[in-house]
Ligand binder design. Structure first.
Ligand code: MTE
Ligand code: 290
Ligand code: MOS
Length: 728
């Protein structure tokens, strides 16, 4: 199957303007599918039903799916899809955040978090500065693009779907809604994904619902796997953000007041954008204590494909702006940034702007250990010397902390289930609500079961995740899957262990297999389900009270870079990371997660740049034009250590969530680049704060290193990349 997407901006579509007759007559074509073929509802979306399965009347972005062609091969389907003729009447459109602000095109509600007394804070301040920053979006670039196989079962409206998704339950519900059948007729199965990174949390239904409609129409199995260019065009990515801030601080560098506004580019539907903005606001102070704060979040409605979850979920964008004003404060005082950061770092017992008290705080330990392991002071001295000796290459350093809140901010999602069967040969089939996407969740869940049941991992198997075994699951997301599903697995296994206990007592020298057999012959239920919900959660924006997060994962990274002032190229010389993941469930996996998260963040902040035409057409649709990190981008020296002796009493076996938190640590590379640029500017007699947008591309680095050559060019408009592309 191939989807029909036509390259036009927002436009009006009429029945007569779609002509599929040529396509339908092409060899191998089984049929075309349009909105009229949907037996149930065409109104879908993960939270709000503000999207269509197939465009009906209005097309709101380039990438909005209009229809599909089913054929006997992928090539035949793709050829036929291109032969469908579609005509539009063009409508006005909004593409960039700045255009959305001008048109006041915002989704509701506009969120605010306020704490302390902002006016008093600014009065108390010795200095006040203002600044702004744009952070570009990011393509998920999972190895496996979106794919769905839908198999109608020919009875009672049943359909089985094999989907590469982080959300089997959401897929089940939306497919049922679209087909007009109850959810109990739809089974969704997920063996594993070739990466998800949040890109498969909700946007997978953009494809899976269409495949389900096609399979239902033909009463035959239908499969569709998007090509890379289609996947990049259709499924959205990380939200671009624009942040504007005013910060008040004392001569010492202590920040006493912050007023920040965030604007995100959400695209043509709501999707998860409100939650993403909320998480940005919950991270607006990163790891710093600020007594008087106001943060506001505006979610911009634009005519781009809907943006969605991406590792960090707004947190990195929120904290990137924080680090920008911290850097500005240091530069305006002429103080080292690390001193200003250390001075403002939270201490145990302080509260966040959303009134969550910080206990078991390990930030200071991570900071000190990172400073020491990286040899920060020696590096700083060596870099200063290097910079004195070199005019056209400069070295820079930055040490950056992170604090990432663990829990879905929508409290109801913080639940999980498990189902554990023991077979009479003693082997165990483990199922839980989480999906595997390379993050090692299944391995960790087998470890949990092994520890509780007291049997080796080799006796335990996880086959897949399915809606038939564990119902109503939350998406595998928010880094919380080992916490949530691990506790549910623990719960189920404890039930089984209690049931087996009498047979152990009767035969203490016996084996696991002996006890299982004895229990079976005694007619004991050897299957148990387990359940867990995170206790004591429930924040309200109205009262700014109630716990948002179960706990926080902390980390600190120190990076050193070298830039070439004349070309804007840079080299990542070294990065040292210290991460607090509690008592790691699996240090090998967790170090891999820290490295992977960091590298993905490094792509976000220094390399990856999506280009759109002024009309909102995505120009970068593959690795040839969109640069993701490669081996050469890995810091020459990369050291990851997990903080020792830091048990976490809030999660399974004293561990901590790890998936998303390390991504932001790549900000240390970005701010090391900014530090190197600062050294270059000083040589041209320029000092003080300056704006640097993310990613720190060669172009941005070059133009920020103002010198006699850049003075020959007109100042670059931060909103324009090239004459044919805009910053969205
Ligand atoms: N690691 C790999 N290899 N592949 C992925 O797709 N997704 C990340 C992270 N690590 C991802 C990954 C994201 S966005 C999240 S939320 C978590 O894994 C989800 O899994 P967890 O809750 O089990 O940590
Ligand atoms: C997340 C989510 C959701 C990825 N809520 N964080 O608070 C969160 C749905 N990360 N998905
Ligand atoms: Mo991850 S963005 O929570 O799927």
């Amino acid at each position: 199957m191939s989807t029909i997407i036509v390259e036009t901006q927002s436009g009006f579509l009429t029945e007569s303007s779609i002509d599929s007759s040529v396509a339908e007559a092409m060899p191998g074509v089984a049929c075309c599918v349009f909105a009229k073929d949907i037996p149930g509802s065409n109104a879908v979306g993960p939270i709000t039903y503000d999207e269509t399965v197939l465009a009906d009347g209005q097309v709101t972005c380039v990438g909005h799916i209009i229809g599909a062609v089913v054929a006997d091969t992928q090539l035949a389907a793709q050829r036929a899809a291109k032969a469908v003729r579609v005509q539009y009447q063009d409508l006005p459109h909004i593409v960039t955040i700045q255009e959305a602000i001008a048109a006041q095109s915002f989704y509701q509600p506009i969120r605010t978090i306020k704490s302390g007394d902002l006016e008093a804070g600014f009065k108390q301040a010795d200095h006040i500065l203002e600044g702004e920053m744009h952070i570009g979006g990011q393509e998920h670039f999972y190895l496996e693009t979106n794919v769905t196989l839908a198999v109608p079962r020919g009875e009672d409206g049943e359909m089985e779907l094999f989907v590469s998704t982080q959300s089997p339950s959401k897929t089940q519900l939306l497919v049922a809604k679209v087909l007009g059948v109850p959810a109990n007729r739809v089974m969704v199965r997920v063996k594993r994904m070739g990466g998800g990174f949040g890109g498969k949390e909700t946007r997978t239904t953009v494809l899976s619902t269409v495949v389900a409609v096609a399979a239902n129409k033909l009463k035959r199995p239908v499969r569709c796997m998007l090509d890379r260019d289609e996947d990049m065009l259709v499924t959205g990515g990380r939200h671009p953000f624009y942040g504007k801030y005013k910060v008040g601080f004392l001569n010492s560098g202590k920040v006493v007041a912050l007023d920040v506004s965030y604007y995100s580019n959400a695209g043509n539907s709501m999707d998860l954008s409100l939650s993403i903005m909320e998480r940005a606001l919950f991270h607006m102070e990163n790891s710093y204590s600020v007594a008087n704060v106001r943060g506001r979040g505006f979610v911009c409605r634009t005519n781009l494909p809907s943006n969605t979850a991406f590792r960090g979920f707004g947190g990195p964008q929120g904290m990137m702006v924080t680090e920008s004003w911290v850097t500005d404060v240091a530069q305006s005082l002429g103080r080292p940034a690390e001193e200003v950061r250390r001075l403002n770092l939270y201490v145990e017992g302080e509260s966040t702007p959303y009134n969550q008290m910080l206990d078991q705080l390990t930030l200071d330990r991570c900071w000190d250990e990172c400073l020491q392991r990286s040899g920060y002071q020696q590096r700083r001295a060596a870099a200063d010397l290097y910079n004195r000796l070199n005019r056209w290459t400069k070295r820079g350093l930055a040490i950056v902390p992170t604090k990432f809140g663990i829990s879905f901010t929508a409290a109801f999602l913080n639940q999980a289930g498990a189902l554990v069967h023991i077979y009479t040969d003693g082997s165990v089939l483990l199922t839980h609500g989480g999906t595997e996407m390379g993050q090692g969740l299944h391995t960790k869940m087998v470890q949990v079961a092994s520890r509780v049941l007291g049997i080796p991992c080799s006796k335990i198997h996880i086959s897949e995740t399915s809606t038939n075994t564990v119902p109503n699951t939350s998406p595998t997301a928010a880094s919380a899957s080992s916490d949530l599903n691990g506790a549910a697995v623990l719960n189920a296994c404890q039930t089984l262990i209690q049931r087996l206990a009498p047979y152990k007592t009767l035969n203490p020298k016996g084996s696991w297999e002996d006890w299982v057999k004895a229990a079976y012959f005694d007619r004991v239920n050897l299957s148990a389900n387990g359940f867990y919900k995170t206790p004591d959660l429930g924040y309200s924006f109205d009262t700014n009270s109630g716990r948002v997060f179960n706990y926080f994962t902390y980390g600190v990274a120190c990076s050193e870079v070298e830039i070439d002032c004349l070309t804007g190229a840079h080299k990542n010389l070294s990065t040292t990371i210290v991460m607090d993941v509690g008592h790691s469930l699996n240090p090998a996996i967790d170090i891999g997660q820290v490295e992977g998260g960091f590298l993905q963040g490094l792509g976000l902040f220094t390399l990856e740049e999506l280009h759109y035409s002024p009309r909102g057409v995505l120009l970068t649709r593959g690795p040839g034009s969109y640069k993701i990190p490669a081996f050469g981008d890995i810091p020459t020296q990369l050291t990851v250590s997990l903080l020792r002796d830091a048990p976490n009493d809030k999660a399974i076996f004293a561990s901590k969530a790890v998936g998303e938190p390390p991504l932001f640590l790549a900000a240390s590379v970005f701010y090391a680049i900014k530090d190197a640029i600062t050294a270059a500017r000083v040589e041209s007699g320029v000092s003080g704060p300056f704006r640097l947008d993310s990613p720190a591309s060669a172009e941005r680095i070059r133009t920020a290193c103002c010198d006699r050559f850049t003075k020959l060019c007109p100042p670059a408009d931060p909103g324009t990349f090239t004459p044919w592309s805009v910053q969205v």
